[in-house]
Structures are given as C-alpha cells and as structure tokens.
Write a protein that binds this ligand. Structure first.
Ligand SMILES: [Zn+2]
Length: 276
C-alpha cells in the first residue's frame, strides 16, 4: 500500500486536517469482481475509495480533491519550484500553522470512515452517501457516489458476513474467542441489515433509476454492463435482456463471463448479484 500524506482544509469551518491519499494498493487475499462492479472481499480498499469525507470538527461533508490540499512534500520544496496557485494554497496553510514552528503542532487527522463505522459499515455509509447526494455535485462525482451506494445496499442484502471485521481478523490474525464473541452478534447484525434494506428500499430503487439516467447521458455504450445489471437488480428482466442485445460483438467477447452468467440469472428471473 502506498499512501501520500496531505493536509486538507474543510471548506465549511476552515480547519486543516491530515489526510492520506491512496496511490497504490496491494489486495490482501482473494478479491473478486462482483456483477455490480464492486471489488468484493477487500473492504479496506473499498472504504478508501469514497470521494467525500466528513469534517471531524464541524461534521459537514466535503470533497478533499476539490478543497485546499497541501501534499506533505510541498513543505520541503524550494519556493521557486512551486507555481503561483500552489504558493497561495501553502500560504493559507501556513497562516493556520506557521512554518517556523510547524513541528510543535499536532494537526488532527480526518480519519474517515471512523473506526466506529467498522461494526455497522454499510448502514452508516449509506446514510452518509444519501446525505452527500443532497449537496450540489458534478455528474462524475454523483455517478461515483451512486455506484457505491448501490454496492453498499447490495452488501446489506446479499452479504451474510461483516466484511470489514473479517478483513481485520485476516490481517491481524485475530481468531478464537473473538470469533465466538462476534459470531453471537453476527446473526443480529445480519437481520438488522436486511431490515434496513427493506425499510430503505425506495432509496435503493430511486438511486438505481437516477444512476441509470446518468450513465446513459455519460456514455450508454460504455456503461452497458452497469445498465444491464441495474435493470436486473431492479427486477426489470425484459429491459435487462433488451440492453444485453445491444452489446457489440467486441463487447460480447470482452465481457463473455458477465454476459453468460447474466443470461443464466435472467432465465431464472434472479435479481441477485454474482461473482464474475
Ligand atoms: Zn469543518
């Protein structure tokens, strides 16, 4: 895993935070691609891919890539190697944390998603994503968030385990008594997830309808796999079949396994996601 340390300013309260940006990542263990586009099996990677974050001070959501951002290495660069815009951003940072005694400050970390989310990951992230969608955002970010929202909802319905905890068990080799302890809560959490899914089914459906519209506007041909899967997940099997017929010969070859498995799911009128 290659991370880059950055400082980012919350656009709402003007507080600066440390923030780590993922440059490259090695998957831990077996990771599969799921039919809704999720890399299934590595939740740490998934949790680091959200374009938004939540301010630890004022609680508002913002987008680090669209905020004032200072990569740590700028602090060590000679001033003449920085351009005008970079100098201005750095000046705003030094106004809050003066260059001369920067070492004496402990700049707080954004830490999002926070550790308390691990136990109830899909539900808490769904709530946050729905709130972020109320903010005016550009189309590319909206598509990104709506795809992740769809995948989180599918986690609730089709995943019978807490993937985040499973991941931690695996990387820290925690087992035995901890497994037993969490096993007890496991069934309770599973039922809670299914209940939440059905309580929020309207949000699931409206998200998929809006996502489908946006993907068509963006590039229908390139997004055909997503569009077929959305209609199948919604139970619109004949619409999914019509879209599947729009695949070019090249796409049929490129997405051979997806097409083959989707046809089988459509035959059995199944809305369930599958592993490719
Ligand atoms: Zn803030």
């Amino acid at each position: 895993m290659q991370l880059i340390l950055q400082y980012v300013e919350c656009e709402h309260c003007r507080e600066w935070f440390t923030h780590t940006n993922l440059l490259s990542y090695t998957f831990n263990g077996k990771v599969n691609l799921r039919s809704d586009g999720k890399y299934y099996g590595d939740e740490i990677y998934f949790s680091m891919q959200f374009p938004f974050t939540k301010c630890r001070k004022c609680g508002n959501f913002f987008f680090p890539q669209k905020s004032l951002l200072v990569p740590n290495f700028w602090l060590n660069m000679p001033e003449n190697e920085l351009n005008k815009e970079q100098k201005q951003i750095l000046a705003a940072f030094y106004k809050k944390y003066p260059k001369t005694n920067l070492k004496n400050f402990e700049i707080p970390s954004l830490d999002y998603p926070p550790p308390e989310y691990w136990f109830n990951f899909p539900i808490l992230m769904i709530k946050d994503a729905l709130n972020v969608l109320e903010i005016p955002i550009n189309q590319a970010i909206e598509i990104d968030i709506r795809i992740k929202l769809w995948q989180l909802f599918n986690d609730l319905k089709y995943t019978s385990e807490n993937l985040i905890l499973k991941h931690f068990f695996k990387i820290f080799s925690i087992n035995g008594i901890f497994h037993l302890k969490f096993l007890k809560n496991h069934l309770k959490q599973k039922n809670k997830n299914i209940r939440f899914f059905y309580q929020n089914k309207n949000s699931y459906i409206s998200n998929l309808k809006k996502l489908s519209e946006l993907l068509i506007v963006e590039n229908k041909e390139q997004n055909l796999c997503f569009l077929v899967e959305i209609e199948r997940n919604l139970g619109n099997f004949s619409k999914a079949r019509t879209l599947l017929n729009e695949f070019s010969e090249h796409q049929k070859k490129e997405f051979f396994i997806f097409v083959k498995k989707t046809k089988r799911k459509l035959f059995f009128k199944s809305k369930k996601v599958f592993i490719l």
